[in-house]
Unconditional design. Sequence first.
Length: 414
Amino acid sequence: MGYKETLLQPLKIGNRVVQNRFFAQPMECVDSDEEGNPTDLTFKRYENLFKGHFSLIDLEAITITNESRARKTQLEIMPRNEKALTKFVKSLKEINPEAQFVFQLTHSGEISEPEFSRRVTVKPVYGLEGDLLTEEEVEKIIDQFALAAKITQNVGADGVDMKFCHGYLGNQILRPYNDRKWKYGGEWKNRVQFAYDLYERIQKATNYDKNFLIGSKISMWEAFPGGFGSAGPDSPLMDMTEPIDLIKGLEERGAQYFVESLGNVHCSMEFMEAGKEDPYLSYLHIYFSKLMKDVLKPETVVVGSHFSSFRGTTNKLLSIEPEKSSMFAMGARCIDDGLMDMIGLGRQSFADPLTPLKLEEGREQEVKYCNQCMNCEELMIRQMPVGCVTFNKYYTDLFVEVRKKMGKLAELHT
Ligand SMILES: Cc1cc2nc3c(=O)[nH]c(=O)nc-3n(C[C@H](O)[C@H](O)[C@H](O)COP(=O)(O)O)c2cc1C
């Protein structure tokens, strides 16, 4: 089968069907209004993804509370947001009713920005100290997640991605470093209880509706001693026993899909978004997707990550034949070989949100490929609206402005 046939094949996910194998990764873009509602800028981004025929679209990390959050203008999902989110989903679904739309629910925990919110922690990590969470507070957070899942269902979205990746709260509780003596710390059965309770509460809040998709993006290895996927609270050794147990346990509790990831936003960024200099880290992600596929039921969908580095035929990846390492060819091969079921595009979905449509229409030559400049990431770090600085003039201009201001600031400080 050619790559086009493979990538455009439909796939069953839970009780639903996605039209092709393109997954739009959740990408935080810091462009909500002051109440955490989507703005015109937010709508424009998703409008393009719906028009571009991504078949499964993961709404960026949407926070279940504004008390603790990572971005000043981050999307929020609380009762006050229900009306705006309903309108948002309805308008997008009109563009492509077949696309499945899931919301990535998050709480930032220790990654919350103290300048405008409350940083909380399950056990203080060097450089990220915050208020120690109590058991009662965690119970309240579980209630907020369940309510957010209910709102996701009410507003017409198709499911949730309960975020357990990149060092946000869902990830912090799971890691061996959380050896604090409390209900959610120490032994693995305590650390994983939070994830299991959450899934059970989400199921209940959404009326055990089998049509509602439930899944998670997971950092299988956080890449620091004591991080999730390491052998002990301060161990530098990778150990997959707990990550494997987690995904099997979540599958038993109703997960229909998983998105593979690695790394932590605070300390091991290359593993979550490889830059220009280390594109070959993408091969590592393929290994972890396969690991997930191997232990899960065949019908549980695994989405592979990190396909932006593969680009067209002019990437920096060593390959036996260059055209075999292009994004389309490599993605199709990974699916044909049973290493994953769908390919996730993050930065590439910024560079060219019409990527799947162009493949469908035989216009592959027109695809604009992400050059991994990481300027989108810089906009995010600076709490500015995010998009492709290379191919979208709005964000190019914004970026130039931001850099000018930074230059001025640097001058002021010398
Ligand atoms: C600007 C930016 C925002 C991101 N926001 C999120 C997010 O909200 N949730 C998440 O799980 N990952 C987020 N990521 C990580 C991506 O979803 C993806 O896993 C990563 O970029 C690797 O895929 P790629 O090579 O296709 O870009 C973000 C990455 C970038 C660059």
